[in-house]
Write a protein that binds this ligand. Structure first.
Ligand code: GLN
Length: 456
């Protein structure tokens, strides 16, 4: 903990930490030492980590990357935070992210961008960019992230680390500041599938305080990751595993370096005994408009609570209540958040609801059905995480559409609520990391982790 606190301070230029609490971290670490000395240590006792600043914490500030919550402090811990604390982990602080997790590059944080440690001119991906950069720069062995439409998988890919977004409902959303409630899901980001398995076991499980939490017994994902497949051999641990490659995930426009790295990783899976089969997810392209209707619709509702009354920022001067709301929200929210609130309010408004929101909901169900058809032909689905390697900070010139389009390979699994992960596949142009995406059927996290572990 002491060593990593020093590293975090020495790498402040990366912008990954929004809050560092050395005193609290050291005292928790000492308690972990005592637990270990008393023979009461678990696999995560004393493991340093930090949380994406979208999880509320009682002992540290929580900003969600927004000016709106600049001096906000929650009276309680998010369930994910509380569970990792109970497992003995040591939290060093809070990690930078896109404002309310809206973004793909961590360029939308009110507290400045995060720099990719592989090339500090480039983005680390987003919205869990602080988490990805901190793990990639070895400031932490692990961090929490959240994924609504790719925010664990894409920054893991851009930063050369491993991350898993479990099935919707596996991790409690209690205390995770809501962006799009039907999509938001927490997950671990770490150096390996094995570390992710240990973290996910601790942070997941039913929570009666989240109505969308899956009612399942606690899972030991580490044991699931290690358990051998039927018919597996020492040299072919993935023997018999059918890996589906959706043709839509390999379009002609896919960057050659990304394609090369992904194909290389797929060849490795074959060497490990897996067979590759071609499958189809015909509505892959439609996942972009569907997501960018549903996510903003839910965001416009979720963010209505930031009105200057209940918590967070309040405008200093105003005429009446309506003026206070307007000024508070105009000052507190950044451009991307305002754009989403406007899109969301529009698609939900009378006269447009049927044309946009309802259509999107119908397509969302068809996207989920497409996956189920695929899973009759294969056990896991594989493909790229993103169409390119990490881009340069500012390169998109503030054009939000470019970022939206780059979400094409992560949005389908999010809309279907399926587990997805990113594992390092290799390197693309400029020596930048490229991730392989693995998507499993509902609650098949163990199989995803097993596959990723074999590859690592
Ligand atoms: N890039 C997507 C968006 O901007 C996904 C973000 C996320 O998963 N939180 O909405």
């Amino acid at each position: 903990t002491q060593h990593l606190l020093g590293r975090a301070q020495a790498h402040a230029h990366l912008g990954s930490f929004l809050h560092l609490d050395p005193e609290a971290a050291l005292s928790t670490a000492r308690a972990a030492d005592a637990a270990r000395a008393a023979g009461q240590a678990g696999p995560l006792t004393g493991v340093p980590l930090a949380h994406k600043d979208i999880f509320v914490t009682a002992d540290m500030p929580t900003t969600a990357g927004s000016k709106m919550l600049a001096h906000y402090r929650s009276p309680f811990d998010a369930t994910v935070v509380a569970r990792l604390k109970a497992a003995g982990t040591v939290s060093l602080g809070k990690l930078n992210c896109d404002e309310y997790a809206m973004g793909s590059a961590n360029e939308n944080s009110a507290y400045g961008p995060v720099h990719n440690p592989w090339d500090t001119q480039r983005v680390p991906g987003g919205s869990s960019g602080g988490s990805a950069a901190a793990v990639a720069a070895r400031l932490l062995p692990a961090a929490t992230g959240t994924d609504t439409g790719g925010s664990i998988r894409q920054p893991a890919s851009f930063s050369g680390i491993t991350g898993i977004k479990p099935t919707y409902g596996v991790c409690s959303r209690y205390g995770m500041i809501a962006f799009a409630s039907s999509l938001d899901q927490a997950g671990p980001m770490a150096r390996s599938a094995e570390d992710c398995a240990l973290l996910l076991s601790a942070m997941s499980g039913f929570d009666e305080r989240d109505a969308t939490s899956a009612e399942r017994p606690a899972q030991n994902f580490h044991a699931q990751m290690l358990s051998a497949r039927e018919g597996a051999t020492a040299s072919q641990p993935l023997k018999g595993l059918r890996v589906g490659l959706p043709q839509e995930f390999f379009p002609a426009a896919l960057a050659a370096d990304v394609n090369g790295a992904v194909r290389h990783a797929l060849a490795e899976l074959e060497k490990l005994g897996a067979t590759l089969v071609e499958v189809s997810l015909p509505r892959t392209e439609l996942s972009i408009p569907v997501y960018y209707i549903i996510a903003p619709a839910e965001a416009s509702s979720n963010l209505s609570r930031f009105d200057g009354v209940k918590f967070g920022h309040r405008a200093g001067q105003f005429d009446d209540l309506l003026d206070m709301y307007k000024k508070t929200r105009a000052e507190g929210f950044g451009a991307e958040v305002k754009r989403r609130i406007m899109i969301g309010t529009y698609v939900l408004s009378h006269g447009y609801y049927d044309a946009y929101y309802l259509q999107a909901q119908k397509l969302r169900r068809m996207i989920a059905e497409d996956f189920q058809r695929c899973f009759t032909q294969c056990d896991v689905i594989a493909g790229p995480v993103a169409p390119t390697v990490a881009w340069k900070i500012g390169e998109q010139g503030g054009d939000p559409l470019q970022a939206y389009l780059a979400d094409i390979f992560t949005l389908p699994a999010s809309l279907a609520g399926l587990p997805g992960m990113s594992v390092p596949a290799g390197f693309g142009a400029g020596g930048l990391p490229v991730g392989l995406q693995l998507i499993g059927n509902y609650f098949a996290e163990g199989q995803l982790l097993h596959t990723a572990h074999a590859l690592q």
